[in-house]
Design a protein around this ligand. Sequence first.
Ligand code: HAM
Length: 423
Amino acid sequence: MAKKFQRVRGMNDILPQDQKYWKHVLGVAETQAIFSGFQKVSTPAIESAELFKRSVGGDTDIVGKEMYEFKDKSGAPIALKPEGTAPIVRAYLEGGMASWPQPVKLFYADWMFRYERPQAGRRRQFFQFGFEVLGEEESAADGELIGIAWQILEKLGLGQMHLAVNSIGCGDCRESYKKALLAYYKPKQKQLCGDCKVRFKENPLRLLDCKEKKDEKIRNEAPVMLDFLCVDCKAHFTETLEYLDELEIPYNLESRLVRGLDYYTRTVFEIWPQDLGSNFTLIAGGRYDDLVELLGGKKTPALGFAAGVDRIIEYIKEKKVPVTTEVIPKVFVVQLGQEAKKRAAKLLFDLRGQGISAEAALTKDNIGNQMKIADKFGVPIALILGQKEVMDKTVIIRDMNSGTQEEVRLQDVSEELQKRLPK
Ligand code: HAM
């Protein structure tokens, strides 16, 4: 026997029985995007590796440890995109959107790649949809954006969510915070894990991102950013919270929330199901007021979020949230005899051409077997064609619920179906 192949670790197929979840979740997200004035952008799976090093940060886990980075056949250093914001900003600049009326509101839905340890809700290829607003500084936008994220999860019927918000300030106030953090960590350096020893030297804010149990106590007692916010950042954050109050969205101030990407400034937030906790964050985002400039544009305040679709679907399945987006065939064509089979094939072709979803089992000859399949599909109507009907150019319309049957002329079939099919 020839060798059978398996999926590469951390990669998943989406089998037919799961497609309805994907359609449902992406449908809700896309509708929300249209309702809120976001335009769709698609960016390539591959970008230059440097784009992510410069924006997300070379010593973050996402880029330093998890990015699929390699050289293509020309030797150019490229990466499978581990996240969507940096490519969106690149496309905003490259696509001339910086000269459009601002803000520019963009939506995306794409595969992302991170070489992480696969586990529940964590895959190496995973799907995100995201919302990004470029060219908007006002805190009203922070409130609106968090509102959009919150409402998507509400529309998906996912139950009680926990919204964590924090502000990590601007470059200026972060400098004084970094100093305080270094002063606090300095005498404790020897006790830190290997990664934190490096973080202490290269990127002290990432010390708060450490997941090692043994560093937890030190981390929990570290100074918090909120105490170091400058006047403007403090006002911006207070107003953001006021907008959340106005939208009646319950939030939790989490002063240790820093997010695992370097481009953030000011507002950061995460939303996770109350019963599962922050390991199962469904939506996460924040402001990145310096990123456009960092990637070669002019100073442009911006903000956004991304949602993990694989994770949302896992949660929907676990909670048994009802999902109904399947297209159920409306008509099943049953045939008996060689000529009827040909006529049935033409009828199927014509019905589908007219926009009526129709099924058949042309390889089955036995009427009883075909009716069983029709039952399984749950169609409201079956069309039956035998030798007699072929000769007479008629067809039998059977109401599958009542069992009543009526013979109609073949040329009148679609008209008769329009009358009987549920709209
Ligand atoms: P992130 O927190 O890295 O942020 O990812 C956002 C969401 O993507 C997570 O909350 C999670 O639901 C999902 N996710 C991340 N990694 C995986 C994985 N390995 N498997 C399954 N799901 C995963 C960002 O990516 C930012 N670009 C968000 C953003 C947009 N900030 C501003 N705009």
